[in-house]
Design a protein around this ligand. Structure first.
Ligand SMILES: Cc1cc2nc3c(=O)[nH]c(=O)nc-3n(C[C@H](O)[C@H](O)[C@H](O)COP(=O)(O)OP(=O)(O)OC[C@H]3O[C@@H](n4cnc5c(N)ncnc54)[C@H](O)[C@@H]3O)c2cc1C
Length: 398
């Protein structure tokens, strides 16, 4: 095999670590260097909005990998330093400390950063939640006194924060600009069903209203809504999504379109440069389109594909598989696989919506394209296997 001798991984989180693991498993024996902006070794983000926030887990329990594994992987970890520029032709990466690194191949795994709201900067009590440092700061505020909490955005992270804050006995209001929460991810009907978990647990959900301003001088006191209402709050969590961390790729010539555009094998337009995880907008053989998939499972699976692509020099797409994520809210486990488009029709196959324990399959022209389950893991696993992809195989090059 004539693979690269050295690989540089930019981004030291789930996808970056998964890339190092996959490169070694696929037989790469050469040097691997990992550059990470955070000062921490890779840790798991899903608990940040769940057990870590409520105090059920501490920071050590979030670690991905232990000292023995790091020793075996034999990579160099440069932490607390940012990549600032990529020259894909020379395969060099400039770092924020003035150094420049060169490698035969580059893995882009810089993930995403939390979006925020205008006026949030410099206002104490306003938080986003993406990193361990964010979660520590938020947890400190949620456990001081009994703050009233406003969560802006009823997406999965916002909903989980609301659920955790409620489990801590706090007064919580969720503000959502869309008429139906989670509509893009789950469709209208199931979005409403999942959002009803908030009301079931005593959390106020205000939908169809935007935020006009964050109120307060020095420290936030509330959220002014676009219709004039005021939601008083001591702590505001802004959960309005994340944007791909591609700023450092400006001027690199790589194709960026809501993420680094890749083929189904995680290959970019530039040879020996691949992208994985939340930053990558790969061709998804299940949906037949390009998409950035901000799911834990994708950040662990794409790196295996990317490693094969790098080590063989040929883009190596895996068989089409439905994207999968889970979300834990109010002691319920939501699981979803597939992809929903407007017009797809969900049908409950087992359980009942009212009991909040059910499995629904979405169909498009009779074809099962997605499955959603709340607290029905076994049924979910069975029905997930019945989903059919949009694209079964790539055309072979002539
Ligand atoms: C609070 C929270 C809860 C979640 N819960 C779930 C869940 O329940 N289920 C689920 O499926 N998914 C969940 N996710 C999503 C999942 O955690 C992500 O899909 C996964 O972390 C993506 O991994 P990644 O390595 O691609 O990106 P990230 O985890 O974002 O890591 C990217 C890393 O790159 C670093 N970086 C960025 N720019 C640079 C640069 N220029 N130079 C060097 N380093 C850089 C960043 O600092 C970061 O450490 C959750 C995410 C969050 C934030």
């Amino acid at each position: 095999m004539t693979g690269p001798r050295s690989v540089l991984v930019v981004g030291a989180s789930l996808a970056g670590l998964s890339a190092v693991r996959a490169l070694r498993e696929e037989g790469h024996e050469g040097a691997i260097t990992v550059v990470g902006e955070e000062r921490h070794l890779p840790y798991d983000r899903p608990p940040l909005s769940k057990q870590f926030l409520t105090g059920g887990l501490d920071a050590e329990a979030l670690a991905l990998g232990d000292a023995e594994e790091y020793q075996d992987l034999g990579a160099d970890w440069l932490l607390g330093v940012r990549a600032t520029r990529l020259d894909p032709a020379a395969r060099t990466v400039a770092l924020s400390d003035g150094r420049e690194l060169r490698a035969d191949a580059i893995v882009i795994a810089t993930g995403a950063t939390a979006r925020t709201l205008p006026g949030a900067q410099g206002l104490a009590g306003v938080h986003t939640l993406r990193t361990l440092d964010d979660a520590e700061a938020l947890r400190a505020e949620l456990t001081t006194g009994r703050p009233a909490v406003a969560v802006v955005g009823a997406g999965f992270v916002g909903a989980e924060v609301a659920s955790s804050a409620r489990a801590m006995g706090l007064d919580v209001t969720v503000i959502e600009a869309a008429e139906t929460p989670l509509e893009r991810a789950l469709g209208r009907e199931m979005g409403l069903v999942c959002a009803s978990l908030h009301a079931d647990h005593g959390v106020r959900l205000l939908c169809g209203v935007g935020v006009a301003a964050l109120e307060g001088t020095g420290r936030v006191t509330g959220v002014r809504l676009a219709d004039g209402r005021l939601v008083p709050a001591d702590v505001v969590v802004v959960g309005v999504g994340a944007r791909p961390a591609t700023d450092w790729l400006d001027g690199s010539g790589l194709r960026i379109d809501d993420g680094v555009v890749c083929d189904a094998g995680c290959a970019t337009d530039v040879p020996a440069v691949v992208a994985v995880g939340d930053v990558a907008s790969c061709l998804d053989l299940f949906t037949g389109g390009h998409a950035r998939v901000e799911h834990w499972t994708s950040a662990t699976e794409q790196p295996r594909t990317a490693a094969r692509t790098l080590l063989t020099g040929v883009s190596a797409p895996p068989p089409a598989a439905a994207p999968y994520f889970w979300s834990d809210q109010y002691r319920s486990r939501i699981q979803f696989a597939g992809h929903v488009r407007p017009g797809d029709v969900p049908q409950v196959e087992e359980g009942e919506l009212d009991s909040r324990r059910f499995t629904a399959v979405y169909r498009r022209e009779g074809r099962p394209v997605a499955v959603l389950a709340v607290d029905q893991a076994r049924v979910f696993a069975r029905l997930r296997r019945t989903l059919t992809p949009a694209v079964v195989a790539l055309p072979r090059p002539a």
